[in-house]
Ligand binder design. Structure first.
Ligand code: SF4
Length: 317
């Protein structure tokens, strides 16, 4: 599994000042699960060290300028960004981690400076390379290293990456209508944890009332699925999914067991216990009563457990 990444996050000394922005979580943890393909647009067109560049609003337009002598380098940085993005092939990457705040790589809230001394700066910019990347791959999971410090964004991002890769592997296998029904069914609760209406929309595509051919259905399904997994989950939607799942075994367990499970669900909702505690109980009953439908749900095992993303109460809000 390959992730694109801003080179400086891996410790490459390609920043304007000859330094790097090595990120411990990426280098020490994510590298156990992903290969990285590194990109540094600036280093391809400027020497290192080099003058810092920044976004500047000039006559209403956002330009890229050197901070020492105000040279306009917009065309240079735009051209190399377009060239790099063009070289990335479809499905070559299953996600991208960008360096925050950079006028080239920053995904959002990059500072835009005013061109007049007394003007106000705005934190609403997007780096030139990041913009090209998002335009070319609108559904590619993309995050910044800074935002990945937030357990909720981290969990959502990694869940999205694994589902994204799963979808492309599935499409590559030349699936039949029956395969599509199975794939769709296995994602029921994962998509529910993001948006029930998205699952309904996907269900309508799979139902194929207009009798379209499989290629057309898969193509519609692909876009709707990628949109669905790009949505962020919430604690209340996840709680509702857990209640649905609890419904599969509530009739075959004792009153004490029911009370225990419901209390644990409430504790999850209140942020007292992490999701992994509830999942452990669900797995126990799923196996005890051999509930095949739940065993196939990706929601229960969306990524390697060693990532421990569901072990923090902060991962859900
Ligand atoms: S932020 Fe992007 S352009 Fe700047 S040094 Fe890092 S990889 Fe290179």
């Amino acid at each position: 599994m390959k992730l694109g990444i801003s080179s400086c996050l891996l410790g490459t000394t390609c920043r304007y000042d000859g330094g790097h922005s090595r990120d411990k979580f990426i280098v020490n943890e994510l590298s156990n699960y992903f290969d990285f393909e590194a990109f540094c647009p600036e280093r391809l067109v400027f020497p290192t060290p080099r003058p810092a560049i920044r976004l500047v609003r000039s006559n209403g337009e956002v330009t890229v300028r050197t901070s020492n002598d105000d040279e306009d380098v917009t065309d240079t940085i735009t051209e190399i960004s377009k060239e790099l993005v063009k070289k990335i092939e479809d499905n070559q990457l299953c996600g991208f981690i960008l360096k925050s705040k950079s006028p080239t790589c920053g995904m959002e809230r990059v500072k835009i400076y005013p061109d007049k001394k007394n003007g106000q700066s705005e934190n609403v910019g997007v780096g030139v390379f990041a913009k090209e990347l998002k335009e070319r791959f609108p559904y590619l999971p993309i995050e910044e290293e800074g935002r990945l410090g937030d357990p909720w964004l981290r969990e959502n991002f990694l869940m999205q990456i694994f589902a994204y890769r799963h979808l492309f592997e599935f499409l590559k296998s030349k699936p039949s209508f029956k395969d599509l029904v199975d794939f769709h069914t296995s994602y029921k609760y994962l998509i529910y944890s993001k948006s029930q209406s998205s699952y309904k929309e996907l269900g309508n595509i799979v139902a194929n009332h207009e009798k379209k051919d499989i290629e057309e259905v898969l193509s519609l399904y692909k876009v709707a699925f990628l949109e669905a997994i790009s949505k962020k989950g919430s604690i209340s939607k996840t709680y509702n999914v857990l209640l649905h799942i609890y419904g599969y075994f509530k009739k075959v367990i004792s009153k004490e067991e029911k009370d225990d499970i419901l209390e644990t669900l409430e504790d999850f909702k209140k942020g007292i216990v992490p999701l992994i505690a509830v999942i452990k109980i669900i797995k126990l009953y799923t196996n005890k009563f051999d509930i095949e439908y739940l065993k196939t749900q990706v929601f229960i095992n969306p990524y390697p457990k060693e990532l421990a993303l569901r072990s923090k109460v902060e991962a859900y809000k």
